[in-house]
Design a protein around this ligand. Structure first.
Ligand code: SAM
Length: 270
């Protein structure tokens, strides 16, 4: 607990201090003396310090300027740390990437209110970010890593797993944070893998997947019809061509099924 610091809920400020846990996060990320690391949300610098002790270079982003005194102290002690103050979601990816010589790792205890936008920004606009080791809410981690047929399986599971290998490396109890959040957390390790599947039109694939899960209680055909604004005829013949029953729901389809479905729909709509 930082005496005199006004923790801000609106910035998702749940800080860590347990040294063993912080070291384990750096282990999960395989940070070593030649690693260059980007941290999003430095807070008071607890994780930043552990990373600085191991890595060649750490660039950390922090939105809350009230944390400056803590972070300046850290920078005076560790010369391989640089703090950029601002909103990660509004900063230019090219400017952040210019801080690194080559590929880098992302390691962060993420602000939970923007976990998903941060991850998608890292995957889409940071080609030099090779691995992401991130603390997220446990239920979010379970959705990201969910398999077909489970209740956690959804659009985000498919969109993430279609471009990266993702695993949960550890579960972290809420008691490890200050202030204590309402739910437990998990550390996930994401390795980008764009050659995992051959997806010819990724934006359209994403659109098809999102449409299929937009209306949870409806059949896949109804969801596609509403979500893509297409006729029932087109939706029905696509599902038929895919070789699936007409009453199937979106959560029964694998990533491979969605790739084929997007291909069939694209041909039909051209
Ligand atoms: N790394 C620290 C730790 O583990 O103790 C703090 C983690 S705390 C969960 C998330 C941090 O992200 C907070 O310090 C918060 O101010 C910062 N933050 C929130 N939104 C941000 C944004 N859009 N851009 C950059 N930092 C942000």
């Amino acid at each position: 607990m930082l005496v005199g610091f006004n923790y801000k809920k609106k910035f998702g400020q749940n800080f860590l201090s347990d040294k063993n846990l912080l070291v384990s996060i750096a282990d999960d990320a395989s940070v070593s003396s030649n690693s260059q690391v980007l941290e999003i949300g430095a807070g008071a610098g607890a994780l930043t310090q552990i990373l600085a002790e191991r890595a060649q270079k750490v660039v950390a982003i922090e939105i809350d300027k009230e944390l400056k005194p803590y972070l300046e102290l850290l920078c005076s002690k560790y010369k391989n740390v640089k703090i950029l103050y601002g909103d990660f979601l509004k900063m230019e990816p090219t400017e952040i990437q210019a801080e690194f010589d080559d590929s880098f790792s992302v390691v962060a205890n993420l602000p939970y209110y923007i976990t998903t936008p941060i991850i998608f920004r890292l995957l889409e606009s940071f080609d030099k970010a090779q691995t992401l080791t991130l603390m997220v809410q446990k239920e979010v981690a379970e959705r990201f890593t969910a398999y077909v047929g489970t209740s956690e399986y959804g659009a985000v599971s498919i969109i993430l797993q279609s471009q990266a290998d993702i695993k949960i490396t550890r579960i972290v109890e809420k008691t490890m944070f200050y202030p204590r959040p309402n739910v437990d957390s998990a550390v996930i390790h994401i390795v980008k893998n764009n050659s995992k599947y051959n997806i010819e039109d990724r934006p359209f694939f994403t659109q098809v997947v999102k449409a299929s899960f937009n209306y949870r209680r409806k059949t896949l055909i109804n969801s596609l019809q509403l979500g893509l604004n297409i006729s029932k005829n087109v939706a029905e013949s696509a599902v038929n061509e895919l070789g699936k029953p007409l009453d199937i729901r979106g959560e029964r389809l694998t990533i491979e099924d969605y790739i084929i479905l997007a291909h069939i729909l694209k041909e039909k709509l051209q």
